[in-house]
Design a protein around this ligand. Sequence first.
Ligand SMILES: Cc1cc2nc3c(=O)[nH]c(=O)nc-3n(C[C@H](O)[C@H](O)[C@H](O)COP(=O)(O)OP(=O)(O)OC[C@H]3O[C@@H](n4cnc5c(N)ncnc54)[C@H](O)[C@@H]3O)c2cc1C
Ligand code: FES
Length: 310
Amino acid sequence: MSRDNVYKPDTATVTDIQLEAGGGRPIRTMTFQVDDPAERKKFLHKPGQFIIISYFGTGESVFAISSLPNEDGIIQVSAMKVGNVTGRLHALAVGDKVGVRGPYGKDFPVDEWKGKNLVFIGAGIGISPVRAVYQYVLTPEQRKNYGDVTLIYGARTPADLAFKDEFKEMDTRDDLNLWLCIDWKFGPKGPIEGNAHTDWPAINMSAPGDTVIPEGVNKFTAFVPQLVEVVKPKPENAIVVTCGPPIAIKFITQALAKLGWSPDQVYTTLENRMKCGIGKCGRCNVGDNYVCKDGPVFTQKEISEMFDDQ
Ligand SMILES: Cc1cc2nc3c(=O)[nH]c(=O)nc-3n(C[C@H](O)[C@H](O)[C@H](O)COP(=O)(O)OP(=O)(O)OC[C@H]3O[C@@H](n4cnc5c(N)ncnc54)[C@H](O)[C@@H]3O)c2cc1C
Ligand code: FES
């Protein structure tokens, strides 16, 4: 296929579909394989990069690639159904065709992190870009290169928790500290103190850091930032990767700051609206930074500097 037109997608076929979470905004994990074997190698990505998927006749959307890097043109994304394109993607069946272009963007500097302890924190669909990195780090080839690995993930309701089967399996690993939570129930005046999930003990909302963790319990009713205060990940020789809705990231960052983490240890991804994905259209920029080209991976320090310059 000619590469003269950089916006021209390759075609790919849906090979697998999994419903990860139900509820009002369901999440599906879809696996695609690029059709032309000669083009597959160029889709070899690095953890943190994104792909642009087109539903022909409707439009394009941007997704974090959550599969492991491979030269077989296999691309996995987890998409939340929020609008036109994601609505169409949720109606796909195995064997259907989409367009794919990419991979684009800066990746997480996983090689620089070798020898460090890693803490992954995901909230809601924000687990998707985080998953690309923890899956990579947890492979038998890579795991030995890193210190302790901690994974903290939460969603609004039990139905919104994605990758349930995967987490069940990960819970049995002895080289991973896994912590899960479900949000408090919400009433008209905000969160209601009480247990939204009968089996998962509640964390004291006003002083989460004082919570005594019962022996063997790693699942709670709490917001993700509170769970971070309970788990108390240590900042020495360590890196955090966190993604989620901006409000969650704001409070996760505050919780980490209380625990002594500095903004240059905390990596996240920005999800500004995008069009071209390659630094040409100016849709995604923050000041001089094009999120599609200079990101989407940034440290919290870089993000603060970008927004301070506005
Ligand atoms: C780098 C990057 C990685 C992303 N990774 C994922 C992912 O792994 N999984 C996933 O489900 N989504 C991801 N997104 C968001 C995804 O691109 C949008 O949800 C999607 O484009 C919406 O398309 P749509 O046509 O269905 O919605 P539209 O019909 O265009 O819009 C429906 C609603 O979604 C909102 N919306 C649209 N685009 C975005 C956006 N980029 N960010 C926030 N709100 C938006 C609109 O404001 C509107 O309220 C990512 C976005 C970026 C930039
Ligand atoms: S999306 Fe076009 S410049 Fe970033």
